[in-house]
Design a protein around this ligand. Structure first.
Ligand code: COA
Length: 229
């Protein structure tokens, strides 16, 4: 794979490490995206993906150059437990969409997905200089909504009754995080750490704290994506 500095080889965290995908990861994708429990939370269609669909999805979303996709590994034993990505990277508007799937069900609820999300968001704003990251999530996916909130995402809208699942309609929730929110949060955390205050549970207000003007024009990303055109 050619070297792309904007696409890091690894993003190390405390308990997980994100690495670029390798072709051999297709094997676990085949298992994850054929699993009804994973499909229920991640797909509009309520049926598992076919092997050929998974292969195309993996080639485009995990290995392709149109998204910045990272495999999620546990630091302790290197187990590959999931995948996350920034897609639809838009240099003109400094925006991207975020996606994450912890495919190994026994690893749900241990904080690994939340840590991976935080690493990707830190890279999106701190590394790439993006202005905005958005995502959508089904309203019945409480764990995901809570996870995103704890990283700082706020709800900005709902597509009402967009999903039919388990005999009833559910909303699809749109959430986003701006660089200014992220920056303000970091500054608060750094200040708290300096005086020994523990981080309070996330209570997003939906109101961005004013900080310096968005850095989109000077963003690393604009240059990066410019080169990719
Ligand atoms: C959604 C996902 C990324 C969350 O990552 P995670 O590491 O498993 O989440 P966490 O363990 O940090 O839990 C997040 C929050 O949900 C809560 N939670 C855990 N299990 C829960 C459950 N079964 N129901 C409701 N809330 C739950 C946690 O207590 C935590 O809340 P808190 O921040 O208020 O303490 C991960 O579970 C996943 O990939 N799931 C399958 C695919 C999926 O849903 N993808 C997202 C599609 S939009």
């Amino acid at each position: 794979m050619t070297h792309r500095s904007w696409f890091p080889a690894t993003l190390p965290g405390e308990r997980v490490v994100l690495r670029r995908h390798v072709p051999a990861n297709l094997r676990v994708f085949q298992r994850w995206y054929a699993d009804p429990a994973v499909v229920r939370l991640t797909r509009y269609q309520d049926s598992p993906m076919r092997p050929d669909e998974i292969e195309r999805f993996f080639a485009a979303r995990a290995l392709g150059s149109d998204s910045l996709a990272m495999a999620i590994h546990l630091r302790d034993d290197d187990r590959l437990i999931g995948t996350c990505a920034l897609s639809q990277l838009d240099a003109d508007n400094g925006s991207a969409l975020f996606h994450i799937t912890i495919g190994e069900k026994d690893e749900w609820g241990h904080g690994y997905g939340t840590e991976a999300t935080r690493l990707m968001i830190d890279h999106a704003f701190g590394g790439l200089g993006l202005h905005r990251v958005a995502l959508s999530v089904f309203s019945f996916n409480e764990r995901a909504v809570r996870s995103y909130r704890s990283v700082g995402f706020v709800v900005e809208g709902r597509a009402r009754e967009a999903i039919w699942r388990e005999g009833r309609w559910w909303d699809e929730i749109s959430m986003s995080l701006l660089q200014s929110d992220w920056k303000a949060r970091h500054e608060r955390q750094t200040a708290d750490a300096a005086i020994g205050v523990e981080e309070a549970p996330a209570e997003p207000t939906g109101v961005a704290t004013p900080v310096e003007p968005a850095t989109r024009r000077g963003a690393v990303m604009a240059g990066i994506l410019g080169k990719r055109r």
